[in-house]
Design a protein around this ligand. Structure first.
Ligand code: URA
Length: 258
C-alpha cells in the first residue's frame, strides 16, 4: 500500500515503445514490434523502428498510422487525514493553506476531494479522479453514512441525544435521523460520536449548537465503509482494492446502475 509522501508512479515512468503500444491495447508486444518494423509508429512526429526506444507516456505523443494512442490511466482513490486550519479546496485565491498541499496532485492530475470538511475539522477526506463515484457518494439520495467524533461543551442529556437522533430543525430544514452516542466525559466536556447521512454545511456543529452543546473539536472517522484508522494528521494513503469495492457497493443499487 502506498503511504505518505508522493513517489514516482509506475504508470508514468519511461517504458519501451512496444510495451507502451501493448498497454494501450494496439496489439500484443510481438504485434507492436511488427508495427514498429513496418514504420507505422511515430513518436513526437518521427518514425521509430528501433526496438530499444523508450517513451514517457506523460510527455511523448505516440501515433500508429497517424492516430494518437494513449494508455488509459486507472482512476486513483486515496484518503487524507486532513489537519486543522486547512481549506478543503485545491486552490485558494487568498493563498491560505489547502488540502492540495498534502496530496500527490502532481502525479495524479484531476485529483479532487470528495465533499468537504470545515477549515477547523480534522479527519478522513477522500480524494479521487473518478468523478462518477464521487458524485454518487455525495448524492443525497444515496444517504452514505459519515461518522464524526465531536468534543462538545457540557454533557448532552438523554433528551438532547434523542432530539439529535430524531432530527433538528435547522434553518435549512430538519435533519434526517442520526445515530448519536456518548463516548466519554472529558472534564466539563463530552466526547460524542455521531453518524449522519447528509452533508450539509457545518451540519454537525449546527446540530450540537441547537441542543446547547457547541462543538469544540470535530473529526471525521469514517466515510461509508472506509475508516480513518491510525493514519496520522497530514498523511495520505491509497485506498485498498477492497475499500474501493466497498465504496462502490455502498452506492450501487441492486436493481439499477444509476
Ligand atoms: N459537519 C460539520 O459541522 N463540519 C464538517 O466539517 C463536517 C460535518
Amino acid at each position: 500500500m502506498n503511504v505518505g509522501v508522493p513517489g514516482p508512479d509506475a504508470q508514468v515512468v519511461p517504458m519501451r515503445l512496444q510495451r507502451f503500444l501493448a498497454r494501450a491495447g494496439v496489439a500484443s508486444r510481438r504485434g507492436s514490434e511488427s508495427l514498429m518494423s513496418a514504420g507505422r509508429v511515430r513518436v513526437n512526429g518521427a518514425v521509430v523502428t528501433e526496438m530499444g526506444a523508450k517513451v514517457d507516456p506523460a510527455v511523448d505523443v505516440v501515433e500508429v498510422d497517424g492516430r494518437v494512442v494513449t494508455i488509459a490511466k486507472s482512476p486513483v482513490y486515496l484518503m487524507l487525514h486532513k489537519p486543522r486550519s486547512v481549506m478543503t479546496t485545491m486552490k485558494d485565491p487568498e493563498g491560505r493553506l489547502t488540502v492540495a498541499e498534502y496530496v500527490p496532485v502532481g502525479e495524479h492530475p484531476g485529483l479532487f476531494p470528495v465533499g468537504r470538511l470545515d477549515y477547523d475539522t480534522t479527519g478522513l477526506l477522500l480524494f479521487t479522479t473518478d468523478g462518477e463515484l464521487a458524485h454518487r457518494l455525495l448524492h443525497p439520495r444515496r444517504k452514505v453514512p459519515k461518522t464524526y467524533r465531536a468534543l462538545v461543551d457540557g454533557r448532552p442529556d438523554r433528551a438532547a441525544i434523542t432530539a439529535l437522533e430524531r432530527g433538528i430543525d435547522l434553518d435549512d430544514g430538519p435533519t434526517a435521523p442520526a445515530q448519536v452516542d456518548e463516548v466519554e466525559a472529558v472534564g466539563p466536556r463530552t466526547l460524542m460520536e455521531i453518524t449522519i447521512t447528509e452533508g450539509r454545511k457545518r451540519q454537525v456543529r449546527r446540530m450540537f449548537s441547537a441542543v446547547g452543546h457547541p462543538v469544540i473539536e470535530l473529526e471525521r472517522v469514517s466515510f461509508g465503509p472506509v475508516r480513518l484508522g491510525d493514519l496520522a494528521p497530514g498523511r495520505w494513503r491509497m485506498l485498498s482494492d477492497s475499500e474501493v469495492a466497498a465504496l462502490r457497493d455502498a452506492v450501487t443499487d441492486a436493481r439499477t446502475e444509476d
